[in-house]
Design a protein around this ligand. Structure first.
Ligand code: KIV
Ligand code: ZN
Length: 388
């Protein structure tokens, strides 16, 4: 696919790991980091080094082991000690980034930071400069950007770029945005921030209203070229934009977005599965792309269509996301075509009358059971064949 590349910035090990039920030790983080490198993420936010000695150690080891293959990013508040610690953790990586953040919305300024607008700008400029003194690749995030006055946000972003930020991230920290509003915000920044072309505009959307992926994609339409996301959408509260969903949306609808990513999509399912195994945090069965039902078809009409041509009911191929195959789940909605197909897969060729009897037994059983497994089918056949 031609067109622009959208940078995939993975924050599974930072924003994701920060959420309840998802904490990992260093060995587990290293295993995920390896999988993320193989997946092809462009930037990996490996942690928040000032947060704890364990976090520092994990970021440092990831930077040393994988910093030649992907950009390793460390998070820092706009404080000298945070930035120095972030640098210490990533300094051995060949490709490295410091990500500094400072809240800009009125509610954060007044109640959390007790800082004026002028204080915010001064601190942001000073700390972006400090980070830029260490590292050429600096990201600045005005935390709670979506609830920040647009003219102030425009000014902060402009001053951060002037101070040396090469990526400006626009977080929807509390998952409050709706797609058209987020689109307009990104468009406004693109059109009004002086020297905006010197920086990449990034999205960072939380899913409190279930719109993190839609908002991220709306921002790409408006000109953002980095998406921050996590595997399985893990993250604070309702989570972050799910990496597998944004990547497959950009790929499946490439004629619309005219953008692509560097992700090896065949690694999506295995990476999701690895994270689930390590954290114990399962994904819902009907989760897009990586849920157990994402490629499962039970209704007879759908199963019949699928057996004729997979594109009748599938817009993506399961193998493209590394899933082992479409499953035609046999249940009470399944029809004769799918049932005959399954019998053939199991090695049974029945004449019409035996087939009718076994099919009737199957329908009776399916009425009582949620799913009919291969072992059930074999038992029904053996029973019928034994009866004749
Ligand atoms: O949600 C948020 O605002 C963040 C920032 C640190 C980027 O995670
Ligand atoms: Zn976040």
């Amino acid at each position: 696919m031609s067109g622009d590349i959208v940078t995939i910035f993975d924050t599974t090990l930072r924003d994701g790991e920060q959420s309840p039920g998802c904490s990992m030790n260093t060995a587990e983080k290293l295993e995920i980091a390896k999988a993320l490198v193989e997946l092809g993420v462009d930037v990996m936010e490996a942690g928040f080094p000032i947060a704890s000695p364990g976090d520092f150690e994990a970021v440092s080891q990831i930077a040393q082991q994988y910093g030649d293959r992907t950009t390793i990013c460390a998070l820092a508040r706009c404080r000298k000690e945070d930035i120095d610690r972030a640098w210490e953790a990533i300094k051995h990586a060949e490709k490295k980034r410091i990500h500094v953040f400072l809240a800009t919305s009125a509610i954060h300024r007044e109640h959390k930071l007790k800082m004026t607008k002028e204080d915010i700008i001064q601190r942001a400029v000073e700390m972006v400069k400090r980070a830029a003194g260490y590292c050429q690749d600096v990201e600045f995030s005005p935390e709670d950007a979506v609830r920040t006055e647009l003219d102030f946000l425009t000014e902060v972003v402009e001053r951060a770029i002037e101070a040396g930020a090469t990526t400006v991230n626009i977080p929807d920290t509390v998952g409050y945005a709706v797609p058209s509003q987020y689109y307009n915000c990104i468009r406004h920044l693109k059109e009004n921030v002086r020297n905006i072309e010197k920086a990449v505009i990034s999205t960072h959307c939380h899913d409190d209203l279930g719109m993190a992926v839609s908002n991220s994609l709306a921002a790409v339409e408006a000109g953002a070229r980095q998406i921050e996301c996590t595997i399985n959408g893990i993250g604070e509260r309702a989570g972050n934009a799910a990496l597998e969903e944004v990547v497959m949306a950009l790929r499946t609808r490439s004629e619309f977005y005219k953008c692509s990513t560097n992700i090896d999509t065949k690694r999506l399912y295995p990476t999701s599965h690895l994270l689930t195994t390590i954290t114990g945090m399962k994904v819902q069965r009907n989760k897009a792309i990586v849920g157990r039902n994402a490629f499962a078809h039970e209704s007879g009409i759908h199963q019949h269509g699928m057996l004729q041509h997979s594109e009748t009911y599938e817009i993506m191929k399961p193998e493209d996301v590394g899933y082992r195959g479409t499953s035609l789940v046999l249940g009470k909605h399944s029809g004769r075509h799918a049932f005959r197909n399954r019998l053939q897969e199991l090695g049974y060729e029945l004449d019409d009358s035996a087939f009718q009897r076994v099919f009737q037994d199957f329908i009776n059983l399916a009425d009582k059971k949620k799913e009919v497994y291969d072992a059930d089918i074999v038992a029904l056949i053996e029973n019928q064949l034994g009866d004749t």
